[in-house]
Write a protein that binds this ligand. Structure first.
Ligand SMILES: [Ca+2]
Length: 292
């Protein structure tokens, strides 16, 4: 091999190498083609127990859509689908709904829909809307179990899918406060109870500790509540007309129960006073006399 041939060969390989490198850079720099995406909006929905929460099934980054069939699973101990079916969306236009059912016992949703000629193919949007009712405080996964997207030629469109969750939080509001006993340092054991407007116990009775503080849960913001604090030999105290919005903290402040209801009949009168007066100046322990 002559020197000239060798030099030409080196030049050739160098050029080839530069070309290959440039090609690699160009290929890597090219933006990735977005795959059509089937997803849930919001991906992580939040609702209150006893209330409903809407989740859209969406299809985006797609063209030429004519039909969709999909399956979803959810936790039926946390969520129920209102009406046991979903609300059809706009893509595909629900011109023929082949399947629309939610199984609230097994936690499954099945939806199949297609457009009909001469409707033009759609280009993404809301496939359907699910209205859930939150029935327990917890987070349910919301997972695609299957999905087929078809174009106007009846050919499957490759796509990705993104699962989501629905979190059910306790609705309602907290009622807080502090209770004490007149002439006594330790309020431990005072019973604090929250009643709803029907007079039923909504929360408690909670027995307070040495701090005297309490926190009760009013679950229904449309209701009006009453709190009562009681302790043996003391007059009870109450606050009524308690209302609040979700997440509120209703502070009742502090209350001191009045001492002296010896016979526990809800009034301090001569009966209590005479019982007390009859024992005036006596000390413990008294003689153990049965029936006295
Ligand atoms: Ca009394």
């Amino acid at each position: 091999m002559t020197k000239v041939t060798l030099r030409r060969s080196m030049v050739f390989w160098t050029i080839l190498l530069i070309f290959a490198f440039t090609l690699l850079v160009v290929l890597l720099a090219r933006p990735a083609q977005a795959l059509p995406l089937l997803w849930l909006d919001p991906a992580n929905a939040v609702g209150s127990v006893g209330d409903t929460v809407d989740v859209d099934i969406r299809l985006d980054d797609v063209t030429d859509v004519y039909a969709v069939q999909l399956g979803l699973t959810f936790d039926d101990t946390i969520l129920q689908v209102v009406g046991a079916e979903v609300t059809p969306g706009t893509c595909p236009e629900p011109l023929f709904v082949a399947l629309n059912s939610a199984d609230n016992v097994n936690g499954t949703i099945d939806y199949a829909v297609t457009q009909l000629a001469p409707a033009e193919p759609c280009t993404g949007g809301v496939v359907a809307t699910i209205t859930f009712e939150c029935i327990a405080e917890d987070t349910s996964p919301l997972n695609f179990s299957s999905s087929i997207i078809s174009n106007s030629e009846g050919t499957a469109i490759p796509h990705g899918s993104q699962n989501g969750t629905v979190e059910c939080q306790l609705g309602g509001f907290d009622v807080i406060g502090t209770v004490a006993l007149q002439s006594w340092v330790d309020p431990s054991g005072i019973a604090v109870t929250l009643f709803n407007s029907s007079g039923a116990v909504a929360d408690g009775p909670d027995l307070v500790g040495p701090s005297g503080t309490f926190r009760l849960r009013a679950a229904d913001v449309s209701d009006t509540y009453r709190v009562e604090a009681s302790y043996d030999r003391y007059l009870s105290a109450e606050v009524s007309g308690i209302v609040g919005a979700v997440g509120d903290e209703f502070d009742l402040g502090s209350a001191s129960l009045r001492a002296g209801d010896i016979n526990g009949d809800g009034v301090i009168n001569m009966l209590d006073l005479s019982a007390l007066a009859g024992n005036f100046n006596k000390t413990s322990p008294q003689e153990w006399v049965t029936g006295s």
